[in-house]
Design a protein around this ligand. Structure first.
Ligand SMILES: Cc1cc2nc3c(=O)[nH]c(=O)nc-3n(C[C@H](O)[C@H](O)[C@H](O)COP(=O)(O)O)c2cc1C
Length: 309
C-alpha cells in the first residue's frame, strides 16, 4: 500500500505532519516517539528577533477546541538555524519552517537567513497569525498585500514557498488565487478563527490579549469547506489543517482535495497524535482496500479530482 504523496517538489512518505506552533521544534515530542515516521515536520513560527509572545493567560479551553494568543513566541531565526534545526536532521524527513514578521522586509530577511541552513526543505509563509499587533493577519486578509509578500519571499527563497492562509476573510478562494498567481508553490489552510471567551467571575475577557485564535475539532467543518473550495479553484497543491484528530479526519480532507494535512491542537491532548493518526490512516486504507492513497485525493470533489494523478 502506498501512503506517499507529493506536495510540489516535496516528497512525503505519508501525508501527515504536525502544524506550526503545536509541536514546537520537535524536541519534546521526540522523547515520546521517533519523528522519522512523520511525513514532514513543521516548526514554530520563526521571526527575525527572539519574541517572548503575549502576556498570560494566553490559552483557554473551549467546547471542542481551544483559544490561543501565544503571539509568536520563538527564539529568533539565528538560534533556530544554529540550535533548533540541526537535531531534526537525523529524522530524514522534510523540515518546513513557518516564517512570520512585522513588515515585508522582516519576512525577506528571515528567509535569506534560512537559505544558509542545509536543514530547511520549504518555507511556510505565515501571513495569517491573528495574535500579533502588526504583521501576520493584515497580510493575509488583503489579496494584493498577500501577493506582493509572496512575490518578495519567492524572489528571496531557495526552497519552495507554502503560503498559509487565514480563514478570517470573506472569500478564501480570492486569497488563494492571489497567492497562486504571485508564485506560491503550495497553500496550507486554515489558521485559527478569531474568537473570544469571557471570564464570568471577573466579568472580563479571559485572555490577556482579549481575543485569540480558535482551533481544534470545532473548526474542522469550516476547514473542510475551505479546502474543498480552494482546491476547486487553484492548480497548486493544498495542505489541509483544522481539527484533525483521527485517521478518518485525514481521509475527509484528502477526499475534499487536500494533498497532505497538518495536525495541530490534537498534539496537546495526545502527544502521540501524529503517529497514531498515521497508523489509523494505514488501517483505514487496508480495510477499505485503498492501494494508493493518492486515489483518495479530490475523490469527493469533482473540480479537484485527478489534478495530480
Ligand atoms: C498554541 C498554538 C500555537 C500556534 N502557533 C502557530 C504558529 O506559530 N504559526 C502558524 O502558522 N500557526 C500557528 N498555529 C495554528 C496551527 O498551526 C493550526 O493552523 C490551527 O491550530 C488549526 O489546526 P488545529 O485545529 O489542528 O489545531 C497555532 C495554534 C495553536 C493552537
Amino acid at each position: 500500500m502506498n501512503l506517499a504523496v507529493k506536495v510540489g517538489d516535496l516528497q512525503l512518505k505519508n501525508p501527515v505532519m504536525p502544524a506550526s506552533g503545536c509541536f514546537s521544534f520537535g524536541k519534546e515530542v521526540a522523547a515520546f516517539y521517533d519523528l522519522s515516521v512523520l511525513g514532514a515536520i513543521v516548526v514554530k513560527a520563526t521571526t527575525l528577533e527572539e519574541r517572548q509572545g503575549n502576556k498570560t493567560p494566553r490559552l483557554a479551553e473551549t467546547a471542542a477546541g481551544m483559544l490561543n494568543a501565544i503571539g509568536l513566541q520563538n527564539p529568533g531565526v539565528k538560534r533556530v538555524v544554529e540550535t533548533e534545526l540541526p537535531p531534526l536532521r537525523k529524522f530524514g524527513i522534510p523540515i518546513i519552517v513557518n516564517v512570520a514578521g512585522n513588515a515585508m522586509e522582516d519576512y525577506v530577511q528571515v528567509v535569506e537567513r534560512l537559505n544558509e541552513s542545509p536543514d530547511v526543505s520549504a518555507i511556510e509563509l505565515n501571513i495569517s497569525c491573528p495574535n500579533v499587533k502588526c504583521g501576520g493577519i493584515q497580510f493575509g486578509t488583503d489579496p494584493e498585500m498577500a501577493a506582493s509578500m509572496v512575490r518578495a519571499v519567492k524572489r528571496a527563497s531557495r526552497t519552495p514557498v507554502i503560503v498559509k492562509l487565514s480563514p478570517n476573510v470573506t472569500s478564501i478562494s480570492e486569497m488563494a488565487l492571489a497567492v497562486e498567481e504571485a508564485g506560491a508553490d503550495a497553500i496550507s489552510l486554515i489558521n485559527t478563527l478569531i474568537g473570544m471567551k469571557i471570564d464570568i467571575a471577573r466579568r472580563a475577557p479571559l485572555l490577556a490579549n482579549r481575543q485569540g485564535g480558535l482551533s481544534g475539532p470545532a473548526i474542522k467543518p469550516i476547514a473542510v469547506r475551505m479546502v474543498y473550495e480552494v482546491t476547486s479553484h487553484v492548480k497548486i497543491p493544498v495542505i489541509g489543517i483544522g481539527g484533525i484528530t483521527t485517521g478518518e479526519d485525514v481521509v475527509e480532507f484528502l477526499l475534499a482535495g487536500a494533498q497532505a494535512i497538518q495536525v495541530g491542537t490534537a498534539n496537546f491532548t495526545d502527544p502521540f497524535a501524529c503517529k497514531r493518526i498515521i497508523e489509523e490512516l494505514q488501517a483505514y486504507c487496508e480495510e477499505a482496500g485503498v492501494k494508493d492513497i493518492n486515489t483518495l485525493i479530490g475523490a469527493a470533489n469533482p473540480d479537484a479530482k485527478g489534478r495530480f494523478l
